[in-house]
Write a protein that binds this ligand. Structure first.
Ligand code: WTA
Length: 631
């Protein structure tokens, strides 16, 4: 497959991709197996929006991930699986084995009533069966909606309900470090309010005792015995939905980001091969959970489309100790390692003693994703993990973009710490000022938007196209708005400065402040709350919650513990506030809107420049909040 090999070639490919995008992308698409070739490459406008790629094409993405590779690399390892506990034996699954496992599970889904177009929720630990479940959905033409195992029952129920899922695939439990997380019981609780679900397929993983509901629940291991390993892939249209992935928005309800088949396939494959400069037989390790877009695009689809060997790790970076990532790299001779800045910062914090025992000499390329990487962390990663010989690709992208958008090409683009550098071919970023005027030239800072479509982009938000328009296309007419602030330096390099809306990146996880507030408000004593982010050394951003206690309890420590337990129960441990301040009132305008700008400043400890507070309904609350600020 063709790949960019020099910076000059990058420049010329970029030029071609802008001058003639249709020709550029059809050349990439020709590399795949199609059941029927497309009639037209692109149809688009950003006003409805309406974006369609490879119109009229017919295909199945799993034929390109699996069947296409069988002749050449059937016996090559597709997935290396490293369990949570290093004493448990891992697994290596060849392309041939993965193909038959996916076909078998496709038959299981069919036997349990799944049809093309059905939505299937996947709530599983990081085990090979998770990848098998994802691919089996795609094989039968069902739309997968993977929910991160760290979300709890309310978040899960919202997601299952919104997508009207008919089947849930889960496990009895998940091992994470020293903990055993009861997945099935969370499902049971969520399903009390989700009547669309007819079947639950349960993988036995932790042997935790669970309740199986007679007509609804079946065991994965039992079902798989009943089926054959033949399953002809369903014919899908280029624009048929491949998956829904929920992402947090500025309202309490998560958005179901919809990706379709052909454009997503072409885009993740292209970006995977070019950004990481993947060479045949290399081992690629993306540490993201499949519950997030990074896991979809660069743990499963991208590597498998490229015929790579992809490593899946069930555990956490600090179990049994903080050397685990480095130990796994040596164990499997990982060549390309892709992780999040938050992981780098937390491993940097524990000191070099955990790095020293390992050689790390198999590494060739390092990557980061999910949040801005600060210079200190970048340098630490470069010196201690990459030994100053591995290019670092700081990849900027989003759930909505499907794949990497702005990033160096490993070893080709000159890197600069904390800069995502340059747009990939096909990507046309612009910076706009608040009024929507395009900032031309270099040395400018504004809001990052895109002015032209790319194949991997969001098509709609599930069952609610208006929301897609409102969230991404309404701020600046004719542009896709990312929600990020961004600088372009004197050389045209891009540096992402962070979110400009009401979502926060906590340890690289995108969380909506409104969704966290909803969870806090489930506590019977809390009448109202407001959540903002504050800069956090390890997590990037931490969660600061202001909450009004209806009963004016004296013992606020007890109350705070209860609030944390409430958030964990309803939303999940990832959304636990780092700081909770019990307040008598919140700064609101006369029309009742909370002035988050003021709360953000106070949370950061910056009392200067709080702005005009005289328009507040009760300006006195600001004094009270300042006095009670949690350090
Ligand atoms: C942030 C994750 C700086 C950004 C793939 C974006 C980044 C949001 C970077 C999307 C990066 C992602 N540098 N910020 N390299 N990568 N972000 O949807 O704010 O979970 O809008 O997708 O993460 O988060 P999401």
């Amino acid at each position: 497959m063709n790949r960019i090999t020099s910076f000059e070639q990058y420049l010329s490919e970029y030029k071609k991709s802008v001058e003639n995008p249709e020709q550029f992308w059809s050349k990439q698409a020709e590399e795949f197996v199609w059941k029927k070739k497309w009639d037209k490459v692109l149809d688009w406008n950003f006003t409805e929006p309406n974006v369609k790629w490879f119109i009229g094409g017919k295909l199945n993405i799993t034929e390109n991930c699996l069947d296409r590779h069988l002749a050449e690399r059937g016996n090559q390892t597709a997935i290396i699986w490293e369990p949570n506990n290093p004493n448990e034996t891992g697994r290596k699954i060849s392309y041939k084995e993965l193909h038959s496992e996916v076909c078998r599970f496709a038959n299981v889904l069919k036997n349990n009533g799944a049809k093309k177009g059905d939505r299937i929720c996947i709530y599983m630990p990081m085990v090979p069966e998770l990848a098998i479940a994802v691919l089996a959905c795609a094989r039968i033409g069902a739309i997968h909606s993977v929910v991160f195992g760290g979300f709890s029952f309310q978040s899960l129920a919202d997601r299952i309900h919104d997508a009207d899922c008919s089947i849930v695939i889960t496990a009895d439990g998940a091992f994470r470090g020293a903990k055993d997380i009861p997945l099935k019981s969370v499902i049971d609780e969520a399903l009390q309010t989700c009547t669309s679900v007819k079947k639950v397929i349960v993988l036995k993983r932790t042997n935790t005792e669970i309740k199986m509901q007679n007509s609804r629940d079946v065991w994965w291991q039992e079902e798989i015995k009943k089926v054959s390993a033949d399953f002809p892939a369903e014919e899908m249209d280029s624009e048929d939905m491949l998956f829904i992935l929920y992402t947090s928005g500025s309202t309490g309800k998560p958005k179901g980001v919809v990706h379709t088949t052909a454009g997503y396939m072409v885009y993740v494959d292209y970006t995977f091969r070019n950004v990481f400069q993947y060479n045949k037989r290399e081992v690629f390790w993306c540490t993201a959970d499949v519950g997030w877009i990074t896991g979809h695009s660069y743990l499963i689809y991208g590597p498998l489309l490229a015929g790579a060997t992809t490593l899946m790790f069930e555990g956490i970076p600090t179990f049994p100790d903080a050397g685990r990532f480095w130990q796994v790299i040596d164990k499997y001779k990982v060549n390309i390692f892709y992780t999040a800045p938050t992981a780098i910062r937390s491993l940097e914090a524990v000191g070099l003693d955990f790095v020293k025992p390992y050689k790390l000499d198999s590494l060739r390329v390092l990557g980061t994703v999910g949040e801005p990487i600060n210079e200190v962390a970048w340098n630490w990663y470069n010196e201690n993990i990459g030994k100053e010989k591995c290019p670092i690709v700081d990849t900027w992208w989003q759930t909505e973009t499907g794949g990497i958008m702005i990033s160096p090409l490993a070893g080709i683009t000159k890197t600069k710490p904390s800069f995502a550098t340059l747009p990939l071919p096909g990507i046309q970023p612009v910076l706009l000022d608040e009024s929507g005027k395009e900032l031309l030239g270099n040395n400018v800072e504004g809001r990052l938007c895109m002015k032209f479509p790319w194949p991997g982009m969001i098509r709609t938000t599930y069952k609610n196209h208006q929301r897609c328009f409102d969230s991404y296309f309404s701020h600046y007419h004719g542009y896709y708005f990312t929600g990020d602030g961004c600088k372009r330096d004197e050389n045209g390099y891009y540096r992402i400065t962070g979110r400009v809306d009401d979502v926060i990146k906590v340890s690289g996880h995108l969380l909506g402040t409104a969704e966290i507030e909803n969870a806090i408000n489930q506590h019977p004593d809390i009448v109202e709350s407001a959540v903002v982010g504050f800069p956090h050394e390890i997590k990037g951003w931490g969660i600061y919650a202001f909450a009004i206690d209806d009963h004016g309890r004296k013992d606020t420590d007890e109350l705070k513990k209860e609030i944390i337990a409430t958030v964990t129960k309803f939303m999940g441990a990832i959304a636990k506030p780092d700081k909770i301040q019990i307040v008598k009132g919140l700064p609101k305008t006369r029309s009742g809107k909370i002035m988050r700008r003021i709360l953000r400043k106070i949370a950061e400890g910056d009392f200067s420049n709080l702005g005009d507070i005289s328009t507040l309904l009760d300006p006195n609350v600001v004094e009270e909040i300042k006095t009670g600020r949690i350090n």
